[in-house]
Design a protein around this ligand. Structure first.
Ligand code: DGL
Length: 279
């Protein structure tokens, strides 16, 4: 990595990764950030592993041409499928995914050692969360399930209301129902991992469905913290005080990206501020 390289690249299949960008912006205000949402090919979560690897390499390629010092894979599906391929392809550029930080946050929050994970089909099928959690704390029971409709709801900007709640009940209630054959008072699942960067905007509704005793965990904050620590360790943090620039790229639909993305980013995004790129 060139010592003069300035930017932290971040990508996701759509607007979901803006939850990670928001956490990075808050923690590292002096840094230049470039975000790419591959909106033309979303969703990644229902595609084959091979396709997700290919798409991820293309997305990272576009970012790598823009003076990167660090790459953040702000998509659990891409982190699960393509992290190794990305590290191989772009070495020595440091590449981090959201999965390991998410697993770490989950383990830190659980006392009962029963953790529920919701993610896309791709993430769940590969067993990546189960593995990452077990690696950190062997013996933890992990119940991971795919909730693909949450991605569609989030991308549609539907984050609350009767329809969202009905879908949340359908997905989540079975994960938190008392387990057959278990004695009363057996340790209950106490953590729900939002294993997809699209899910945090649905957190309010999910929390109502699972009740106040369950801690919802997402990887945005922990990932941002890990990025800051690694940049510091590599002496790659920007030394002047900024403020840094944030550039937004998408592969389709600037207006839609701006409209829906604003909710995820927590700040108004102007459509003129979104550059459309082809991969
Ligand atoms: N936001 C992506 C993730 O974290 C997935 C959404 C999609 O299916 O593209 O897994």
């Amino acid at each position: 990595v060139k010592k003069t390289a300035r930017s932290i690249g971040v990508f996701d299949s759509g607007v979901g990764g803006l939850t990670v960008l928001r956490a990075l912006r808050a923690l590292l205000p002096a840094e230049d950030l470039i975000y790419l949402g591959d909106t033309a090919r979303l969703p990644y979560g229902t595609k084959s592993r091979e396709s997700v690897v290919r798409y991820s390499l293309h997305a990272a390629e576009v970012l790598a041409q823009r003076d990167l010092k660090y790459l953040v894979v702000a998509c659990n599906t891409a982190s699960a499928a393509a992290l190794h391929a990305l590290r191989d392809r772009f070495a020595p550029l440091p590449v981090i995914g959201v999965l390991e930080p998410g697993a770490r946050a989950a383990v830190a929050a659980s006392r009962s050692n029963r953790i529920a994970v919701i993610a896309t089909e791709g993430t769940v099928q590969g067993g990546a969360y189960q593995e990452a959690i077990q690696l950190l704390r062997p013996g933890v029971a992990v119940d991971a399930r795919a909730c693909p409709l949450f991605v569609a709801l989030a991308e549609e900007g539907w984050t609350d209301g009767a329809i969202v709640e009905a879908i949340a009940r359908r997905y989540l209630e079975p994960m938190f129902a008392p387990r057959a054959g278990e004695r009363a008072g057996a340790a209950a699942t106490d953590v729900l991992v939002l294993g997809c960067t699209h899910f945090p905007v649905l957190a309010g509704c999910m929390q109502r469905v699972v009740g106040p005793l369950v801690t919802l965990v997402d990887s945005a904050g922990t990932t941002a913290r890990a990025v800051a620590d690694q940049l510091a360790a590599l002496a790659l943090l920007r030394s002047d005080s900024g403020p840094g620039r944030t550039s937004l790229l998408a592969t389709d639909g600037a207006a839609r990206f701006a409209r829906i993305g604003s909710q995820f980013f927590g700040e108004k995004i102007a459509p003129e501020g979104v550059e459309i790129v082809d991969l």
